[in-house]
Design a protein around this ligand. Structure first.
Ligand code: NAD
Ligand code: 3PG
Length: 599
């Protein structure tokens, strides 16, 4: 891999003239990891200069309490500003000075926060699972990665769910309060047994399945509803997956474990309560918004719901006079599901690792708004990622005018089975290459698809299954731009599109086809393409113009239809030739057209 080549993988965003934007440059000689990383600032004129390198630290704002181990991890890499209880206005002010923000569920990370960051905020870390407090669309539009800590509090949440279930069944909270009030009401607080009762787990993900496992240990009959859960996972712990209605109508207890989404908002409402068994008991350690709380009060008053045990509420903290909280058949805790010592340490470490990794330019395994690419896949795809971006860059520079690019077809030739080749990263880099030279937007893996869509750029992908052993993930990548004119007519293929094709050779990306002409030039430095009728002496003529200006030629290659017929000469140059030299090349009599392309 050429030492000079570099690629922006994750964190870049274009700022306005006065504000700062950061670009993670990953030297292509290093892995997509720590070494060779420097963070640079781009001025609006695209001149780059180093603002902080390994010794100049990014700033991480921790807006809610985070475990010590996580803070220590962050401090090794970043300046850490722990500012709790900020108002939304204070947060908006502070955020323009921060590269990362870490929150729990108590902070609303709104669109205003991304807008106020001036392009500096590169990652939001959610120290927990639920990301309903983060405006994901706004994060993506601003090229900001969102990571969470999806596993460390699972057991804590499941244990809290079981604690609420058992406490509710035996009136523990109410009985405790009455004893403390000097009463001894043994008849009033007769509970119900769990053994043999049907528990419907709504949302059979990480927490839901742990709750199911524990409830089976209590002798309950457990059913689950989750439209996306694999049946074999349910079978493995002896749980039957059922329809939503079946879960509602057959449950003695319902435990909620789905995320809050537009589809799950107020999923328990007057209509669904009416379908439940009279006397059903409900536990919610998921999100308050999945229950219509006013409808729940009505269902409690009507005796449809005998009891509810709630850890989460639509508004947190709920109003003091909330009828729901005050209801004698409701047990409430203040969003404590994740609050064990162990879970908080685990969550802090999990989120800190994800944030630090993201700031270093690594792809995150816990990314919420970008593809998660396993490290081994990433390392294998690395040279192809560089190739993809450069092909996009070349193709768009061949378009006359440039901005009319709407329809792009990418073809991957690969001997790998289709499901063994994840092209999302390649597509994102092609998009980056296509859009950045003709716009003021910086593209990264987070915002590539969004930006393409926003610009009306349709990128169709096709795989060609090649024979042979699938040692390398991709044999060639071809980028075609349809319905445009080219400033280099020879780049138009027989089928009428601008076409460039490339391969990786010995780890280095090469341009191997322009239009219908086979060439072979390493994609380093820049490229001059000339078309001419094949004849002796052409390489020498162009070479000597460049040589006179001390421009180093790295590669030369001529692709022709047949000897002495139409040909395309591709010349790789290390330095940018002056306008004068380019003019002189254009004036060489045999040269019909030429184009200088920056990589
Ligand atoms: N109270 C707390 O402190 C606490 C702690 C941890 C998690 N949580 C919350 O618990 C919930 C589950 O967390 P998790 O880690 O298990 O997440 P998860 O992503 O592992 O599981 C969620 C499951 O819900 C399913 N689902 C999505 N839409 C559904 C629908 N319409 N009907 C039924 N199921 C649906 C998904 O397929 C998935 O299997 C989240 O809302 C999370 O925020 C709360
Ligand atoms: O989604 C989660 O992880 C839980 O709701 C925990 O939220 P918390 O971090 O605010 O306790």
């Amino acid at each position: 891999m050429a030492a000079s080549a570099s690629s922006t993988i994750l964190f870049s965003s274009k700022s306005s003239r006065d504000s700062i934007s950061w670009k993670t440059q990953l030297a292509s000689t290093s892995a997509f990891g720590i070494s060779g990383v420097s963070l640079r600032r781009r001025s609006s004129s695209h001149r780059q200069f180093v603002v902080f390198s390994m010794d100049a630290k990014p700033t991480v704002l921790v807006a809610e309490k985070l475990g010590e181990a996580g803070l220590n991890l962050l401090k090794e890499f970043a300046n850490v500003d722990c500012s709790y209880n900020l108002s939304p206005e204070e947060l908006c002010t502070k955020i323009s000075l921060c590269d990362a923000l870490i929150v729990r569920s108590g902070t609303k990370v709104s669109r205003e926060i991304f807008e106020s960051s001036g392009g500096r905020l590169k990652v939001v870390g959610r120290a927990g699972v639920g990301i309903d407090n983060v405006d994901l669309a706004a994060a993506t539009e601003h090229g900001c990665l969102v990571v969470n800590a999806p596993t460390a509090n699972t057991v804590a949440a499941a244990e809290h769910g079981i604690a609420l279930l058992t406490a509710m069944a035996r009136n523990i909270a109410q009985a405790d309060a009455s004893v403390k009030a000097g009463k001894w009401l043994r008849n009033k607080y007769v509970g119900v047994s769990l053994v043999g009762k049907t528990l419907a787990v709504m949302g059979f993900g990480k927490v839901g399945s742990e709750v199911a496992r524990r409830a089976k240990g209590l002798g309950m009959h457990v059913i689950a509803h989750d439209p996306y859960a694999p049946a074999d996972r349910a079978r493995a712990i002896g749980v039957e997956l059922v329809s939503f209605d079946e879960a509602l109508t057959s449950a003695d207890f319902i435990s909620l474990h789905m995320p809050l989404t537009p589809a799950t908002k107020k999923i328990l409402n007057d209509e669904t309560f009416a379908k439940m068994k009279k006397g059903v008991r409900i536990v919610n350690v998921a999100r308050g918004g999945v229950i219509d709380e006013e409808a729940l009060v009505r269902a409690l008053d009507a005796g449809i719901v005998a009891q509810a045990a709630l850890d989460v509420f639509t508004v947190e903290p709920p109003p003091k006079d909330s009828k729901l909280i005050q209801h004698e058949n409701v047990t409430a805790t203040p969003h404590l599901g994740a609050s064990t010592m162990e879970a908080q340490e685990g969550v802090a470490i999990e989120v800190a690792e994800a944030v630090v990794g993201a700031l270093k330019g690594e792809l995150s395994a816990t990314a919420v708004n970008a593809p998660m690419v396993p490290a081994e896949v990433l390392s294998e795809l690395k040279p192809y990622v560089v190739l993809a971006e450069k092909l996009g860059r070349l193709a768009v520079q061949l378009v006359a005018g440039g901005s009319g690019v709407k329809s792009v077809k990418v073809t991957y030739g690969s001997a790998r089975a289709p499901d063994d080749l994840d092209t999302r990263l390649l597509r994102a880099m092609i998009t980056k290459g296509l859009i950045e030279p003709i716009s003021s937007v910086f593209i990264n893996l987070v915002n590539a698809d969004f930006t393409a869509k926003q610009r009306g750029l349709r990128i169709a992908e096709e795989r060609i299954l090649l024979d042979g052993s699938p040692e390398s993930p991709v044999e060639f990548i071809q980028v075609q731009i349809a319905n445009v004119e080219s400033k280099f007519a020879s780049a138009i293929s027989d089928s009428g599109e601008i076409r460039v094709e490339g391969r990786v050779k010995d780890g280095v990306p090469h341009l191997t086809k322009v239009g219908s002409f086979e060439v072979d030039v390493s994609l380093e430095g820049s490229i001059i393409l000339c078309s001419q009728v094949d004849q002796p002496g052409m390489i020498g003529k162009v070479g000597s113009v460049l040589g006179e200006e001390n421009v180093n030629v790295s590669f030369m290659s001529v692709g022709r239809i047949a000897p002495r017929k139409q040909a395309v000469m591709a010349i790789g140059v290390d330095e940018q030739p002056s306008k004068e030299s380019l003019k002189r090349i254009g004036e060489i009599p045999a040269i019909q057209e030429f184009v200088y392309l920056k990589l």
